[in-house]
Design a protein around this ligand. Structure first.
Ligand code: AMP
Ligand code: MG
Length: 282
């Protein structure tokens, strides 16, 4: 199945999250059954990222957005574990600092965008400024409502400068979120992840869905598409996200650069003995 085609928010269309099944897992029976496919994409990711890094001409920005416990951290872990840390960076965007708040909302984001050859993963992103900010009235509507266009223009700037931008919304159901919170309470190793705010935020569920719907509908563009990923099944989420990243990187088609030196001349000068031996074998 082509998940990029299936889960893309078609530019100009209106998203209705109530119509998207968060528990979808395609025809895969189980995690075990999907494992070979997941591993195959992991291998492809590794190879493509290596080529992107070697080429040093383009970059990839992956934005992850979701409600609490929807799997942003898990997705970062899955995608990154396939890549060479040297060419890959993760940024988590928390509540802005005083210094960040004293600048425009894209200031801190722009600084974190990937350089040529790099992959950057944003764990939360520029979209928080039309999500949590909107839901909690952190700035007036007259301010946040202008940000959709500003974000589209900003992403256009990145794309025009050689950065591919892909954005994933990890879609979980309300029940699944509660189940995951409970797991965090039951598992001592995960206790640290639970906060008071998590439960309080649940009472804003409908407001968040509305804010997400608008962000997804207004900011899925040809140059920087949004994908809505069914994420109740963690393994399916990993499969779909990695398939889409592989497709994106394949379309970018990074190429290992040609050598910048005369290999034959170097071989003759520094590896004369091996060359003679090789020649002798022929
Ligand atoms: P976490 O990702 O769970 O560590 O939490 C980070 C928190 O920072 C979340 O509650 C986000 O909603 C919040 N946050 C991120 N960006 C912004 C922003 N621009 N304005 C206000 N809160 C933000
Ligand atoms: Mg959290």
């Amino acid at each position: 199945m082509d998940y990029a085609k299936q889960f893309i928010v078609t530019p100009g269309s209106k998203v209705d999250l109530t119509k998207i099944d968060a528990g979808y897992k395609d025809s895969h029976e189980s995690h075990e059954a999907a494992m070979p496919e997941i591993e195959a994409y992991r291998d492809k990711l590794r190879d493509l990222q290596f080529r992107l890094y070697a080429e040093t001409k383009q970059s990839l920005l992956i934005c992850l957005q979701a409600l609490d416990a929807a799997g942003k951290d898990g997705t970062v872990n899955h995608v990154l574990s396939a890549m060479n840390p040297q060419g890959c960076r993760v940024y988590g965007f928390k509540q802005p600092s005083a210094e960040e708040l004293a600048h425009d909302f894209l200031w801190r984001i722009h600084k974190a965008t990937p350089a040529k050859g790099e992959v950057a993963i944003f764990n939360r992103s520029q979209y928080e400024d039309v999500l949590v900010v909107r839901v909690h009235d952190l700035v007036p509507k007259s301010v946040w409502s202008k940000r959709y266009d500003l974000i589209n223009d900003f992403e256009r700037l990145l794309v025009d400068n050689g950065t591919r931008v892909v954005k994933f919304f990890l879609h979980i159901s309300e029940d699944e979120q509660l189940r995951r919170f409970k797991q965090r309470i039951d598992d001592p190793a995960r206790n640290w992840k639970i906060s008071d705010a998590d439960y309080k935020e649940r009472s804003y569920w409908a407001d968040y869905q509305k804010a997400y719907q608008e962000a997804l509908s207004t900011c899925s563009t040809k140059h920087a598409p949004w994908y809505v990923i069914p994420a109740n099944h963690k393994w399916f989420r990993n499969l779909a996200v990695s398939q889409i990243i592989v497709k994106t990187l394949e379309a970018m088609d990074p190429k290992i650069p040609a050598p910048t030196v005369d290999l034959d001349a170097i071989k003759k000068q520094y590896h004369a003995a091996e060359v003679a031996e090789e020649d002798g074998k022929v």
